[in-house]
Design a protein around this ligand. Structure first.
Ligand code: SAM
Ligand code: SF4
Ligand code: SF4
Length: 379
């Protein structure tokens, strides 16, 4: 077995100055990048901290008691986040996803949600606001999140077996509490609910069928995510990736599935519906999603930007550098100046890492060692 190399590098300081002087778009114009992709989706990381230590994301050996998290003063305030979100919305963003780290650890997150929920698109439409969480704090927070204006949540859950789950979160957290959190979110009306399962070969693939049995027919969409080579600390190896095609074959051995159309442009998940006795999709049984981030790149329709906890914009999950908007914000820039920076950043975007993965260097010490962590820019 190949040895794991876990480089210990702080990658948060490599920031790019924002480009200046781009023209503001006319109100009707659509902002597109160099590959013609519009900007529609903004993921906002509200904290770099987490109460779990999933080995594929924040391995204990790196994120230990000596790890230096960002000081509070570095974090964007809720007012700063809302201002930037508003300016991104004016440039075409329709969907906001709060993430992290564990977003429910950010104190007063409900008040941020309230502020974001008041934003409107240039056409006066409310935004699609959602949040990705490990579910540990959902039982306590679901109702307040809903009351603050959150529409729905996605809960990450990598297995139903308690021992497997405790091992994967690596802080001995019981699966029953996450399942209770999912129930609480459902009861609070935070739907349609999605559950994300990262499949790591040799670790939790035996949980695929039990998870499908558990969520089939509940109205909750289970989505299987290929284990990705994000960041530089998870010791990623291709032989631990279980391709979605294999996951679908395994599911088909027990449940007949039929392919469904994408729900929206830029949708990352391939959708499959459970078939009823007549062999056709039965909406009462629901659907599953397969996110083939490694084996089937979807860069061609990638319309997502990421705002890091300290206010830098990253144009790709696998980026090694971000654009520092916080300096602009705190330096007293006007809305027009920040909007024109966002325009220039997006217009210069060339990123399509997953399409190029096979031809790029992948050993730590080369490209992967410079990538930022997912807990910092948000998944
Ligand atoms: N803490 C929250 C959670 O776990 O839902 C939000 C942040 S987490 C970084 C966002 C999503 O990224 C989770 O669904 C997680 O499973 C996924 N993720 C993290 N590392 C990953 C990896 N190496 N490959 C695939 N998905 C990963
Ligand atoms: Fe925390 Fe989410 Fe990363 Fe797991 S995937 S360590 S819950 S941020
Ligand atoms: Fe988007 Fe980058 Fe993922 Fe491609 S690799 S889909 S550009 S985030």
């Amino acid at each position: 077995m190949a040895e794991r190399v876990i480089p210990l590098i702080d990658q948060r300081s490599r920031l790019l100055a924002v480009p200046r002087g781009a023209q503001l778009l006319p109100k009707s114009g659509q902002l597109v990048d160099t590959l013609g992709r519009p900007l529609r989706d903004l993921r906002i990381s509200v904290t770099d901290r987490c109460n779990f230590r999933c080995s594929y994301c924040m391995p204990k050996e790196v994120f230990d008691k000596d790890y230096q998290y960002l000081p509070h003063a570095s974090l964007l305030t809720f007012e700063e986040i809302t201002r930037l979100a508003r300016l991104f919305v004016s440039q075409g963003v329709h969907k906001l996803r709060l993430t992290g780290g564990e977003p429910l650890l950010r104190k007063g997150i409900e008040s941020l949600i309230e502020q974001l929920a008041a934003l409107r698109t240039p056409d006066g439409e409310p935004l699609d606001i959602t949040l990705t969480t490990n579910g540990a704090l959902l039982t306590r927070k679901a109702r307040a999140l809903k009351a603050a204006g959150l529409k729905r949540v996605t809960v990450s859950l990598d297995g139903l077996d308690d021992a497997v789950f405790r091992r994967m979160n690596d802080v001995d957290f019981p699966v029953a509490e996450v399942l209770a959190g999912i129930e609480a979110a459902h009861a609070a009306g935070l739907g349609p609910l999605k559950v994300n399962m990262v499949v790591k070969r040799g670790t939790n693939e035996q949980q695929i069928l039990p998870m499908a049995r558990h969520f089939r027919g509940t109205g909750i969409t289970l989505r299987f995510i290929e284990y990705m080579d994000v960041g530089a600390t998870n010791g990623w190896r291709m032989d631990e990736v279980m391709p979605s095609a294999e996951v679908i074959d395994l599911l088909q051995s027990e449940f007949p599935l039929v392919p469904l159309e994408p729900a929206s442009p830029g949708e990352t998940a391939e959708r499959w519906g459970y078939a009823g006795a007549d062999g056709r999709y039965d909406p009462a049984l629901g659907e599953i999603g397969a996110i083939s981030s490694v084996t089937r790149a979807f860069c061609g329709s990638c319309n997502r930007a990421r705002l890091s906890t300290e206010g830098s914009v990253y144009l790709c999950l696998f980026a090694s550098q971000g654009y520092d908007l916080r300096t602009l914000l705190r330096g007293g820039a006007s809305d027009d100046e920040i909007q024109s920076a966002i325009t220039a950043i997006w217009q210069g975007r060339t990123d399509r890492y997953s399409e190029l993965r096979a031809s790029l260097p992948s050993q730590p010490g080369q490209a992967s060692a410079r990538r930022v962590e997912m807990s910092y820019i948000g998944g």
